[in-house]
Ligand binder design. Sequence first.
Ligand code: R5P
Length: 300
Amino acid sequence: MSAALWSFADSEAPARRLASELGLPWHPVSVRQFPDGESLVRVEPHVCDVAVLYRSLDDPNAKLVELLLAASALRDARIRKVVLVAPYLAYMRQDMAFHPGEAVSQRVMGKMIAQHFDGLVTVDPHLHRVSTLGEVVAGIETLCLSAAPALVDALRTHVTPDTVLIGPDEESHQWVSQFAEALNLQSLVGRKRRDGDRSVAIELAGIEQVAGRPIVLVDDLISSGGTLLRCASLLAAAGASRIEVVATHCLATEDDLARLHNAGIARIRASDAVPGPVATVPLAAVIKKALTDSTLLQGW
Ligand code: R5P
């Protein structure tokens, strides 16, 4: 059995880290943009049994077509098994039609991945009303990893015993409780009502306990940053001495990050699932372990 790893330029740094952890050769997927917007995708030729194709799927509308073209080019190169490593898996939040006529994007995405790949590895996908990734991406081997242990390690030497961990909403409870147990810290979990893409209302029972204490906000995903912005304003008003954030995925733009810093958030740490200025916690070791413990790198 032989394997190799390919990635697009936008994921090159974390993909190379993973290739190096796995001891696999890394190859580029190059893209040339035609004037009409179409993409010419080319995978560098390499003979092997298993191809690991690495691309995180933030900015998914721009990335998905190229990803499918790359998978097809790998199969044309007679590679029989193509495994997708997409540390951030987009379109997972729309898991039902909330209003008549809406597409259920999670279901469409799951079917498309199962059709084009033989395996999928992802990290902390936003699964709310389904409990396993296998229900979304059926019929292929899937590995659903968590960034929590790597993020806990990044915090371990840094937090003081009086730190309070805060989860903004009920969905964050699963992460906050893991962090609280591993770091032996107090935690509070809020209740969130979403009023718009960037507008949320948050209730945080027990918020008076944060006065004079450092806070770490814990969430799976920073999208527009609206949730953290609201939390930061409540926590600052309640007298928190310092506010930091730790999250698996940070999709926020530079402007959104500037707004968060201006709102008093001193530091944001995220995993490198989505490359960017705050993606300081590498996941290569976590992904390598999961891949080597599975059968995904074995040929047919
Ligand atoms: C929602 O349930 C997630 O865990 C995040 O809290 C949410 O996606 C963050 O979105 P935004 O940054 O746009 O408020």
